[in-house]
Design a protein. Structure first.
Lengths: 252, 835
């Protein structure tokens, strides 16, 4: 199905023309606090191609995580639409979006989001079991092996260090072999060297699987490991190269 | 104010506002109100019952003597501020004109009765007026039977010894008239001041001297304790319990039942509290970790936690006590109309118990966690790391379990009962753990065989959730199980308990005994029964004999271990004979005789009597019957159910043993109250017959049973509420965890339907296992109670069992789903932020 052309806001296109897996158009998001409307996203557009690694950066409170949750269908925009694989996504109901998530998406969170009552293995198995994957255990063990935790599969989250917990989360994210991986500040809760290790692991696994990566971070160095960097400021998204270009232009 | 207190106070307030405390406080309040309401109420009912009993005694306690009561006992009582009155009872002939009749004369002091009322009238057929005083000087009141026998009316003058007394009233109702089988003569009541002039009391006269006492319970128990050691030969002090065995039985059973249901409520409330403490602990540990991060010392943190715990416990206790008070007030209002008297006021006891229970329960739940974290770093706590994970986890429940055991002991007031309750609870837990483990694995295998459809997979996901959270789910199942078990048990035996208790004294139980029947009069008696359409009359033979020796050892020279044994041994035995054992007797040892053994000198003894006199099977007892010796060998021991109020015998021989001795007969039958005329006619025909009328007494006992049955029902209702609270607490105990899991599942792409199916499947399974174990345990308990306590055949109620299991399997997941449903409609993003 053909999409109507978007005119009002600049559309940030991928450098190489490829099929867009995520397309966001005119996304607006407000939330009401004590009768005050607070604008988070002010009609932004975004297109991400298959296999791309995209970093969304911005200061804290700029709405990065909100944008990520809208792209992943964890919440719906007040205005505009999100399409996944050229199919309507944000207009689907809660369960419709959940089905798309189950089929195409994986997640890594800043706060790991492991269930404390489940072992590392069970945490990884959960999304597989949800999909009724027949060899959930074998796949999970393999994923945990890849992140170097094969010796700790029966440990509970509280018996693991932060880095190890995030590795479990990464194993969980890749075990379902998702087309898109959303990572929300994946190193935010970790020290520098552990964070570095996690990032290496994330990119390594991403390269192996050819997954589209959407990474939210405030860390410019981490962002630079991605192919594209987008800056979220005042509810508007700008390609970072253009920001640098314009800054250079102003200076000169 | 110390910084710790301020911190604790603000923390408690924030925890309350954040909602982390609400469920815990709710269960704590419930636990305390259950403890106090039942405590308040049972205490008031017990006091009322004792007072009811006091009515029958005419005072709170009585000092009895076979000689004039020493003045020191009176003085002591007066100095303690106790009300006293003296009474004298003896049997004597009273004469009216040409006729005379044996009467049981009771001379009473002016303030008689101290407890309860008498009712008197002008004719024998009226209901009369209730009064609280003794006959005036020179006057006498007599029982309707005596009035009929002597053909007396008001105003007639009666001779009592050397004194002439005017009949001023018919004594229609005397609560303090004992149910003593040996006080068979009709009552004549006179003023104690007239007693000397009758000159009936001489040296050697058999008189029952009584000092009745009444005051508040503290004074009475002080007096009891002081007087007991001062008692001499022939003196004894009695309260309602040992004075009136038939009342004591009713009271004991009532208290047993009340205590049991109170204990059940307390166990349930504590279980509810334990279950709901889980989310609170998690939240307060976070705060502790933060405090440590901000630089609070280990001591400050411990102090803050201790104060916080104390604050929560104290305020919950206050609320609980207040609610408990209101609850008992409602109960007392409901039960109030059942009692003749207004219930006595509440005492402060249950308030303290409530507060102490609250504080100890809170500390028992919180302290182990605090203790475990005292050596952890802030980061350890933040990440919920513990030092020794596995062993310490179980140990955390130990203090709470100990407090619970303590409460059980306190409530049960009986070590055996407490131990068996604790054992039963432990067994229940083990059974649930084993059951759930086996069943979960079984289901897992079944699912492994086939998970073809998506729905089936969702169900599997839910059931496997159980396996993943085995410990937590088991705690939840135990909670559900205990709650359900109590509800089923109540449904199963509540009715039985009460019916059985009341059935021990059926409406048509014999209420008249006729003794001293001569063999030649039996036919006339049978004729009387036929005329009055009395079907269930029994006539037993009786031969009086004195026990001379046991296995050749003379009983007169035996040193008896106690007064009762001596009395029993010295008293004349009523020997009876029977072909078959009476239906309310139970053979304890030895065996009953066969037809071939008729005529053999065998003897069957009541077991308590045998025990008191140290008689065993095979012992040879020598009796003196009207001057001739007879040796009988004890061949069986029987348990006799005395509270059926039927005629029963301590000693029974086979037929053909006592034939050559002069026997008279005793008969018992039921005759409605007020139908005395034909009986009196019979007695006028045969003046040797003596009638013992226990109709009024039985009415009293039945009245107490009736009231107690109703109050027991009310207290059971309390257990019911506590049971429902446990179910609720079990539901919310793991809610946070489950919301977190459901949210993550949705992030990973589960539809709300999938989450709901998995969730409902898990709770259906929990509900099923809990109900299965609960049905099993409740029936086992009901069987045990039926067999041991009630002596009734137990019938497994299959309909109740199946419907409970179905209901639990359907309603528990429904309730769980209703609790979760709201969260399924909130965007996952919001929930993610909050988890």
């Amino acid at each position: 199905m053909q999409q109507p052309p978007v005119i009002q806001a600049p559309v940030i296109h991928a450098p190489v023309v490829q099929a867009a897996v995520i397309q966001a158009q005119e996304i607006k998001y407000n939330f009401t606090s004590h009768d005050n409307q607070i604008r988070i996203l002010a009609g932004l557009n975004l297109s991400i191609n298959a296999g791309e690694q995209v970093a969304i950066i911005g200061s804290s409170g700029s709405g990065k995580s909100t944008l990520l949750s809208l792209l992943a269908g964890l919440d719906i925009p007040n205005n505009g639409s999100v399409q996944i694989n050229n199919s309507p996504f944000s207009s689907l109901d809660e369960d419709g979006r959940a089905a798309v998530r189950a089929a195409t998406m994986g997640f890594v969170f800043q706060s790991f989001q492991l269930l404390s009552s489940l072992t590392a293995l069970e945490n990884v198995m959960l999304p597989l079991q949800l999909k009724n994957q027949p060899n959930a255990k074998a796949l999970s063990l393999e994923a945990l092996n890849k992140v170097g935790l094969s010796a700790r599969v029966q440990h509970y989250p509280k018996q693991l260090s932060g880095g190890e917990q995030q590795r479990v989360a990464i194993a969980r994210a890749f075990a379902t072999q998702p087309a898109i991986l959303f990572a929300d500040e994946p190193t935010g809760n970790l020290d520098n060297s552990t964070g570095q290790m996690i990032v290496d692991l994330l990119f390594e696994m991403n390269a192996q699987a050819g997954t589209t990566l959407v990474l939210v971070t405030h860390d410019i160095h981490l962002a630079h490991r991605c192919q594209r960097q987008l800056m979220l400021e005042n509810g508007i998204l700008t390609e970072l190269t253009k920001v640098i270009e314009s800054a250079t232009l102003t200076q000169s | 104010m110390s910084i710790s207190f301020i911190l604790a106070w603000t923390q408690t307030l924030s925890l309350w506002r954040a909602g982390a405390l609400r469920v815990l406080v709710l269960s704590l309040v419930l636990a305390v109100s259950a403890i106090t309401a039942v405590g308040f109420f049972t205490q008031r009912v017990e006091t009322a019952l004792n007072q009811q009993g006091s009515l029958l005694l005419g005072g709170d306690i009585a000092l009895l003597s076979d000689h004039v009561i020493d003045e020191k006992f009176e003085k002591n009582a007066v100095s303690l501020g106790i009300d006293i009155v003296k009474t004298y009872e003896f049997v004597s002939m009273v004469v009216f004109g040409e006729t005379s009749q044996l009467a049981e004369i009771k001379a009473v002091g002016p303030s008689f009765p101290l407890r309860g009322n008498l009712s008197i009238g002008q004719t024998i057929n009226e209901t009369g007026q209730v009064i609280k005083s003794a006959p005036k000087l020179g006057e006498a009141w007599l029982e309707p039977r005596l009035a009929t026998l002597l053909n007396l009316k008001i105003g007639d003058v009666l001779e009592v010894g050397e004194r002439k007394l005017r009949i001023s009233a018919i004594l229609l109702h005397e609560p303090s008239r004992g149910g003593d089988m040996f006080s068979f003569a009709p009552r004549l009541m006179i003023n104690a001041a007239d007693l000397p002039t009758t000159k009936l009391i001489q040296i050697g006269s058999r008189v029952k001297y009584q000092l009745l006492l009444a005051a508040d319970p503290q004074k009475i128990s002080r007096y009891f304790a002081q007087t007991k050691p001062q008692l001499g030969m022939g003196e004894k002090i009695e309260d309602v319990r040992n004075a009136r065995p038939e009342i004591k039985l009713a009271l004991d059973k009532a208290q047993q039942f009340l205590g049991l249901s109170a204990m059940v409520s307390v166990i349930l409330a504590i279980v509810a509290m334990l279950l709901s403490s889980l989310p609170y602990i998690k939240q307060s540990l976070d705060t502790v970790a933060l405090l440590r991060c901000f630089g609070a010392s280990k001591n400050t943190v411990l102090q803050v936690l201790a104060i916080q715990t104390l604050l929560i416990a104290f305020f919950s206790a206050l609320l609980g006590v207040a609610l408990g008070f209101i609850g008992q007030f409602g109960l007392a209002q409901l039960a109030g109309s059942l009692f003749l008297e207004v219930l006595p006021p509440v005492s402060a006891g249950p308030i303290f118990v409530g507060i102490i229970a609250s504080i100890s329960m809170m500390f028992a739940v919180v302290l182990p966690h605090v203790w475990q974290m005292r050596n952890l770093t802030a980061m350890n706590i933040l990440r919920r790391e513990t030092l020794k994970q596995t062993s310490a986890d179980q140990a955390k429940f130990l203090p709470a379990a100990l407090v619970m055991c303590g409460m059980i002991f306190w409530q049960a007031r009986d070590a055996t009962l407490a131990f068996s309750t604790i054992l039963a609870l432990l067994l229940l837990c083990v059974v649930i753990i084993v059951f759930s483990y086996v069943l979960v694995n079984l289901v897992k295998r079944l699912f492994n065989l086939s998970t073809k459809t998506q729905s089936l997979n969702d169900v599997k996901l839910g059931v496997l959730g159980l396996k993943r959270r085995f410990a937590l789910s088991t705690v939840q199942m135990i909670g559900f199980s205990i709650g359900l078990m109590v509800l089923i048990l109540l449904a199963l035996i509540r009715g039985d308990l009460i019916r059985n208790w009341q059935a021990s004294l059926p409406l048509d139980a014999p209420n008249r005994f006729v003794i001293n029947i001569q063999p030649a009069q039996i036919n006339r008696l049978k004729q009387f029964f036929a005329q009055q359409k009395i079907d269930h009359a029994t006539i037993f033979p009786m031969v009086r004999g004195r026990l001379i020796s046991k296995n050749g050892e003379n009983v007169a020279q035996t040193q008896w271990s106690n007064e009762r044994a001596k009395r029993l041994a010295e008293r004349e035995f009523n020997l009876s004979w029977a072909a078959k054992m009476q239906s309310d007797n139970k053979l304890v040892s030895g065996r009953w005789w066969t037809e071939q053994e008729y005529g053999q000198p065998s003897l069957s003894l009541e077991q308590d009597l045998a025990k008191t006199l140290g008689i065993q099977l095979g012992d040879k007892l020598l009796f003196d019957i009207a001057g001739s010796p007879l040796t009988l060998t004890v061949t069986s021991l029987r348990k006799v159910d005395w509270d059926t109020m039927r005629a029963n015998f301590f000693a029974v021989t086979p037929l053909g043993v006592l034939d050559q001795y002069a026997a008279n007969y005793i008969s018992s039958f039921h005759l409605p109250i007020g139908v005395d005329a034909p009986l009196n006619q019979l007695i006028r025909e045969y003046p040797n017959l003596t009638v013992i009328d226990v109709a009024a007494l039985m009415q009293q006992v039945r009245g107490i049973m009736q009231k107690m049955s109703s109050t027991i029902e009310y207290v059971f209702a309390f257990s019911l509420i506590a049971g429902v609270a446990v179910l609720y607490a079990a539901l919310v105990a793991t809610r946070e965890e489950r919301i977190a899991e459901a949210t993550l599942m949705r992030v990973f792409g589960a539809s709300r339907r999938q989450v709901a199916i998995a969730y409902v499947a898990e709770f259906a399974y929990i509900g099923f296992i809990a109900a299965f174990v609960a049905v099993f345990a409740a029936n086992l308990l009901a069987y045990y109670l039926s067999a041991t306590l009630l002596n009734i055949p137990f019938q497994f109620n299959i309909t109740l069992a199946i419907s409970t299991m179905l209901a639990a399997t359907a309603l528990i997941p429904l309730a769980a789903w209703l609790g979760l449903r709201g969260f399924l409609n909130i965007p996952a993003k919001q929930l993610l932020n909050s988890i």
